[in-house]
Design a protein around this ligand. Structure first.
Ligand SMILES: *[C@@H]1O[C@H](CO)[C@@H](O)[C@H](O)[C@H]1NC(C)=O
Ligand SMILES: *[C@@H]1O[C@H](CO)[C@@H](O)[C@H](O)[C@H]1NC(C)=O
Length: 468
């Protein structure tokens, strides 16, 4: 059999990059005639964690690492970040990198270029794949229901001048093919209400139809209705694709030891994603809720970046400056407040019984994998949509809020938070039972003969057929 080569162009957000690399590894493990090169786009807008992540991947020596390469593209020095024009400017760099790959493969055992795997935000890279005369596959790092939602919104935007911003205040509902329930206007995801993000999202979505396939980080048993609704396109649900290899024992020994001492499923974990943070008033409401509820807790509390800066939250030197006076003393032994948290290691711990989450898609997949129910508190991007899907469509989460938005000025009061947390931590809730069942299904999906494993096989077959 001939050797084949794929080029991956992930969006340089750390969450997107890590799942793309994990998909690459799955493909390489199952097809030994395949090699993959991942192109790393570079702009200071993106997370500094990316560099360390890529270096750690380069340094790893697994049986597949000699078939997995990384190429750094030159840093883009424009000051203001604009996704569409950034991707546009990367095209010549991508082309040059791929030319080099092809030329260096000109030996007897040369690997032929079999296609591009392009992040959901970078679909204009299809132009470069076309120049090389090869197929494009999209890698979709959110769920199938949101993919269906975007395809629907793009259609009614183009055909009926649908405007998400007007719709948000209309107090009506949308009938979306990828959803069982009507979608309420108030839950319109933040990404679609932003004049900055809506146009590039629509542009990207318009080109999905040009791809030979769409690889989605989900699994059939989780989103069967949504996947079924997409059956006109070549959709490959190959998830859940997670990076669960990391362990918090080394970096967060004290926290992990504290968890060791807590009863099973007794601790509620609060964590709001890499861009999640609250103003002081909201922090205090969360603190009152936790204290009142009497539940054991582990709270990842982050400091917002200075106003106006496109920066990520950081850790407080002393969280007491934003917490209610005496809070830490009164909750000693019951709860812990920390900065950045090793989320996967925490969710994997048997002491964790519930997760107050911003509902980023990767976080949702992680909580399902470890069988931990969620209480929803979306912040940005498509998270409001994900919260709706988890609560209303799938019954896997309880609601604190589905329509919260970062920077909206809205404050969720302590009673509402406490109610959500108490509901989340009930031992016999139907959500807990359901999430345990879904956890087993998520693991089965990836096993030999499981749904995702079979989809991965058909994807590999499709890729290898490109050479024929
Ligand atoms: C981006 O480029 C800068 C400057 O060349 C470099 O220091 C940094 O490590 C690069 N980042 C990534 C993620 O490659
Ligand atoms: C980003 O760039 C695109 C294309 O270059 C342009 O049409 C758009 O207006 C820009 N967006 C913003 C928010 O400046």
């Amino acid at each position: 059999m001939e050797k084949a080569q794929l080029v991956f162009v992930p969006s340089p957000g750390i969450g997107h990059l890590v799942s793309a690399v994990e998909v690459a590894k799955l493909l390489l493990t199952r097809q030994h005639q395949l090699s993959i090169t991942v192109l790393i786009l570079n702009h200071s807008f993106f997370d500094s964690k990316i560099h360390n992540y890529v270096e750690s991947q380069r340094a790893s020596s697994s049986p597949i690492s000699n078939r997995l390469g990384f190429i750094d593209l030159p840093k883009d020095e424009t000051e203001i970040f604009n996704l569409s024009s950034f991707i546009e400017r990367q095209k010549p760099h991508v082309k040059e990198a791929v030319l080099k790959i092809i030329q260096s493969e000109s030996g007897v055992e040369s690997a032929q270029l079999a296609g591009f795997v392009i992040d959901m935000f970078c679909t204009s890279m299809i132009d470069v794949a076309n120049e090389f005369g090869v197929s494009s596959y999209i890698f979709y790092t959110s769920g199938a229901a949101f993919l269906g939602f975007m395809l629907y919104v793009q259609k009614i935007h183009d055909e009926e001048k649908f405007d998400p911003i007007e719709f948000k205040d209309s107090n009506t509902e949308l009938l979306v093919p990828s959803l069982v329930n009507p979608f309420p206007s108030g839950v319109m995801p933040s990404a679609l209400l932003s004049g900055e993000w809506l146009p590039p999202l629509l542009d990207s979505t318009r080109r999905f139809g040009e791809a030979k396939g769409i690889i989605v980080n989900t699994f059939l048993e989780l989103e069967s209705h949504a996947i079924e609704s997409l059956k006109m396109s070549a959709v490959y649900p190959v998830g859940p694709i997670l990076d669960v290899g990391s362990d918090g024992r080394n970096t967060h020994r004290e926290i992990m030891q504290w968890l060791d001492d807590q009863p099973p499923s007794s601790v509620v974990f609060l964590c709001f994603g890499s861009h999640g943070s609250f103003d002081e008033d909201q922090v205090k409401e969360i603190a009152y809720a936790l204290e009142h509820s009497g539940q054991r807790f582990l709270w990842s509390l982050r400091r917002p970046p200075p106003p106006g800066l496109q920066a990520s939250p950081s850790d407080y030197e002393d969280p007491q400056q934003v917490l209610p006076e005496g809070f830490l003393d009164r909750t000693v032994g019951i709860g812990k407040v920390m900065g950045w948290a090793p989320q996967v290691a925490v969710l994997a711990h048997p002491a964790i019984g519930g997760f107050v989450s911003h509902c980023g898609w990767n976080s949702i997949l992680e909580s399902i994998w470890f069988g931990v129910p969620i209480a929803t508190w979306p912040m940005y991007a498509e998270q409001q949509f994900n919260a709706f899907e988890m609560v209303m469509e799938l019954g896997l989460a309880v609601e604190i809020k589905m329509d919260y938005r970062k920077h909206s000025g809205v404050i969720v009061n302590c009673d509402e938070i406490e109610g959500g947390i108490n509901c989340l931590m009930k031992h016999d809730s139907k959500q807990r039972k359901k999430v345990k069942e879904m956890s087993e299904k998520s693991r089965m999906a990836l096993m030999e003969g499981g749904s995702s494993c079979s989809w991965l096989e058909s994807l590999i077959k499709d890729v290898m057929n490109n050479l024929a």
